[in-house]
Design a protein around this ligand. Structure first.
Ligand code: ATP
Length: 565
């Protein structure tokens, strides 16, 4: 297929903000999409591989600017100037390609296959000369592109398509294209997406119009799967109202989610962002090998840090650096040990457990995990229909330095990636949020040279909306091992993502997620979310979360409502 056709589709999709229209446009496109071009569906999501695949395009703005310069014969200075004016590198590329096209004639025809092929070369490049090779690959594409193509190649490269397409838009378009928009079908397609994490697999089955084949899509060990998420309640009483009585109650451990896959000899560990962190946690691999029976399984768990001297659980922040660090793993492993608390099982010996009731899954996992404190244990739990008992357990969890409790519906299936009411978290009044840094201001005096005040944004399902500014909770001096980050560290982390600079103010691509506490939420015209956080304070980086996993506007409005109560 010609890439131009896809570029026109992107353009058409961005011409409307109405979801339903987008679904219709996409659905028509799917109806006529040739079989050989199924992989175009990845490009539609701004991706080059299925969701479960870690390889990402990962190209910096700077490199794209160089490529635009080479491909269009425009000075870099001029490109940067234009970028500041337009705020979108895609439009910049479009504009300069248009200028070029008036003087030179280019006869190359770009296909989607060629674009995918070149983009897929990027993540695997490593070592010497990488930057130049990447530059060559991108420049080749941009040189062959017409203005509209250049716009969308550029936007794909920097991971910002701006066409307002979610996975759910694609889901509904598939339902409309091949099943004439049956609501139940949308749900079945969603399940197939959640289990396979691969839109091509789902597209190819949907195209045949066979619902029962879609229902057969199953998990595969070794391919990461999205974790089921929790809804929130303010107390056990409200929790019972959602999950019913009796229910299973567990500690809500304050660590990070770890999905453990074992396929014979091979053990793989994934975070909730589907990131493979096996290399960072060699001891966990060993615990799984030693203390969990079974040849093939997928377990869901929370890894929690504990103090090596007092053996008390520590908060997430203390161990968060273990997720990203690739060096000195052995040293880190000794200093910041983790205990794995297993709470669910998704697959065992060739059989998916997703549709089994939670009560049964929980028993099953207890039959294969040999509790070994400070290494790996099945999560602590009670079964009760009694509010007082639930409250007692809740207090006990808090005394043990944990975040609260999880109340789980006994007969619930496991829904990968869904925040359905199968589990409910109850924790003390929610006064912290995970937000994304989307802008900042350079400091003065002691802080000059560093970014010192950071604009925080929440996610509204399609875009990021500003909600406050934070400057406290960050350290002046660089810290050695654990603890909070310094202004210097945070500045260095954010620098590669700076989009525009105007005086002291910069806008930043939404990439870095941070946890903040706050005292109050207010309605406010100062930010485009319509809300403002009062006295926000930085508490931690959240390297385990993607920007789209930040708190949503809806959740924060809910907090505002609870606050009023
Ligand atoms: P929060 O910041 O409250 O953890 P979140 O968006 O990170 O919110 P949620 O899905 O809302 O995540 O809360 C559930 C999280 O709690 C799970 O993702 C998991 O990491 C953690 N957790 C801790 N203990 C348990 C448990 N026993 N069962 C399920 N999840 C648990």
């Amino acid at each position: 297929m010609r890439y131009q056709k896809l570029a026109k589709l992107y353009e058409e999709l961005s011409s409307t903000t109405k979801r339903l229209e987008k679904v219709e446009i996409l659905s028509k496109f799917f109806e006529v999409l040739p079989k050989d071009d199924s992989e175009v569906i990845y490009l539609l999501m701004g991706k080059i591989y299925p969701e479960y695949d870690e390889r990402k395009i990962g190209i910096s703005n700077q490199l794209v600017i160089k490529a635009i310069s080479k491909a269009t014969g425009t000075e870099i200075k001029k490109i940067i100037h234009e970028w500041k004016m337009l705020g979108d590198l895609g439009e910049v590329a479009e504009k300069f390609t248009l200028h070029k096209k008036q003087s030179t004639l280019n006869s190359h025809i770009l296909t989607t296959t060629k674009v995918l092929e070149n983009l897929r070369k990027l993540p695997s490049l490593e070592g010497k000369g990488t930057v130049n090779k990447k530059l060559g690959i991108i420049t080749e594409l941009l040189t062959s592109a017409d203005p509209l193509e250049a716009k969308y190649i550029t936007r794909s490269l920097i991971g910002d398509l701006r066409i307002g397409i979610q996975e759910s838009t694609i889901r509904d378009a598939l339902a409309l294209a091949f099943f004439k928009k049956d609501k139940d079908v949308s749900e079945i397609i969603q399940k197939a997406i959640d289990k396979s994490n691969d839109l091509v697999v789902v597209l190819e089955i949907a195209r045949q119009g066979k619902i029962n084949e879609l229902e057969k899509v199953s998990l595969q060990i070794g391919k990461p799967i999205k974790a089921m998420l929790a809804q929130k309640a303010v107390n056990p009483k409200e929790g019972f109202a959602v999950v019913g009585k009796p229910c299973i109650i567990e500690y809500k451990y304050d660590g990070f989610r770890l999905l453990i896959h074992k396929n014979d000899e091979v053990i793989t560990l994934f975070t909730r962002s589907l990131e493979n962190v096996t290399a960072q946690f060699p001891e966990v691999v060993e615990y799984v090998n030693q203390y969990v029976k079974g040849k093939t399984f997928i377990l869901d768990s929370e890894a929690v840090g504990y103090d090596k001297k007092t053996k008390k659980y520590t908060e997430f922040q203390a161990i968060s650096q273990r997720i990203r660090r690739k060096h000195n793993i052995e040293k880190l492993q000794k200093e910041l040990p983790v205990e794995v608390n297993v709470f669910d099982i998704l697959y065992l010996e060739g059989k998916s457990q997703l549709d089994e009731p939670f009560e049964k899954r929980s028993k099953l996992l207890r039959s294969i995990v040999k509790d070994t404190p400070y290494k790996i244990i099945a999560s602590k739990q009670i079964i009760t229909d009694d509010e007082e008992k639930a409250m007692e357990f809740y207090n006990q969890a808090l005394e043990n330095n944990q975040e609260g409790i999880m109340m789980k519906k006994m007969d619930a299936e496991y829904r990968p990636g869904r925040r359905v009411g199968n589990m409910i978290k109850v924790k003390p009044e929610e006064k912290d949020l995970d937000l994304v840094i989307t802008g900042a201001e350079y400091g003065t005096g002691k802080r000059s040279g560093w970014l010192s005040s950071f604009i925080l944004s929440c996610w509204d399902g399609e875009k990021f909306l500003e909600i406050g500014k934070v400057g406290t909770g960050i350290k002046e001096k660089e810290t050695a091992e654990s603890g909070n980050v310094s202004f210097k560290e945070l500045t260095e982390k954010l620098k590669p993502y700076i989009i525009t600079e105007k005086g002291k103010n910069v806008t930043i691509e939404p990439k870095i997620v941070v946890a903040v506490t706050y005292q109050e939420i207010q309605k406010s015209p100062n930010y485009n979310s319509g809300l403002a956080l009062r006295f926000p304070r930085f508490t931690a980086l959240r390297p385990d979360k993607k920007p789209e996993q930040a708190n949503t506007l809806k959740e924060i409005l809910e907090d505002l409502k609870n606050q009023k109560r």
